[in-house]
Design a protein. Structure first.
Length: 276
């Protein structure tokens, strides 16, 4: 992709795609009162070095510690009038290999990375082998027991539509409502990898990882599809399985109305196979 070297107006709202390896960060959200490195603080530090003044960002989805951002979208207001080329190349010059800005795009002031989003897509990648991988540590979740994908997909279909997802909501979740609308949820196998793809208008705190944990219980045969249905209907988090690890979870895409004309995001990260 070519980046324009034409300066943008001061105050121009800018959208950007950010990719980061979650294992290197204590989540997305800045935590200035703690001595930990977050993706947001790292990005804003680099943006400030390009601008010469502080830059504040807003993201589409605040990922947890260890969760990866492949298609994370942020917005900020240009305080000095830099070009797209300056923002992308300059910012990446000041970032570690664990985080990258792929593009920036001028948008109108109505654009909001979080509130303008129509849906978010997450992908949970499981390495389903008898022995844990050394090379993929931190990039995928390892699960040794064979998985029944037909059963997992049977359970996944019960999630579709607008429902109360209290059963898959973390105790620390501060959302005012547990109602969300899941538009798609499927489980496929690609070689040694089992991939859960899920899309919704929004997600609750730990919702995808809690769903993944319960789907793994169904896939391993420890629980049935009817158990999964009863857990969802109960609205009781204590009835569901343990929260799945963050290693295999990727925010792969955020979808916006076409009028914002944002650049496309590829179909998921490509670590070693087409599964990712």
């Amino acid at each position: 992709m070519k980046f324009s070297d034409q300066s943008l107006p001061v105050g121009q709202r800018i959208a950007a795609r950010v990719e980061y390896a979650g294992a290197h960060f204590h989540g997305w959200q800045a935590q200035p009162h703690l001595a930990v490195e977050t993706a947001q603080e790292t990005l804003e530090s680099a943006l400030a070095r390009v601008a010469g003044v502080p830059v504040s960002t807003t993201c589409a989805g605040r990922t947890d510690t260890g969760v990866h951002g492949f298609g994370q979208i942020v917005h900020f207001d240009d305080p000095v009038g830099r070009s797209a080329k300056a923002w992308v190349l300059g910012c990446n010059r000041h970032l570690s290999d664990a985080i990258r800005v792929h593009w920036v795009a001028p948008v109108n002031e109505q654009f909001h990375a979080r509130y303008s989003a129509l849906s978010r897509q997450y992908r949970y990648v499981i390495l389903n082998t008898p022995v844990r991988s050394a090379a993929l540590a931190g990039s995928v979740t390892w699960y040794r027991h064979p998985l029944d994908l037909a059963a997992m997909n049977g359970a996944a279909t019960t999630l579709l539509g607008e429902q109360d997802f209290s059963a898959f909501r973390a105790a620390a979740c501060q959302a005012s409502s547990a109602h969300r609308c899941i538009q798609h949820c499927s489980v496929v196998r690609e070689g040694d990898f089992v991939i859960i793809d899920i899309e919704a208008n929004a997600f609750l705190y730990h919702m995808v990882r809690n769903i993944a944990g319960s789907l793994l219980n169904v896939g391993s045969g420890r629980q049935s599809v009817s158990w999964f249905e009863s857990v969802l209907a109960s609205g009781d988090r204590t009835q569901a399985a343990e929260t799945a690890p963050p290693d295999g979870l990727y925010l792969v895409r955020v979808n916006y109305p076409p009028e914002f004309e944002l650049p496309s995001v590829p179909d998921g990260p490509t670590i070693v196979t087409r599964a990712l």
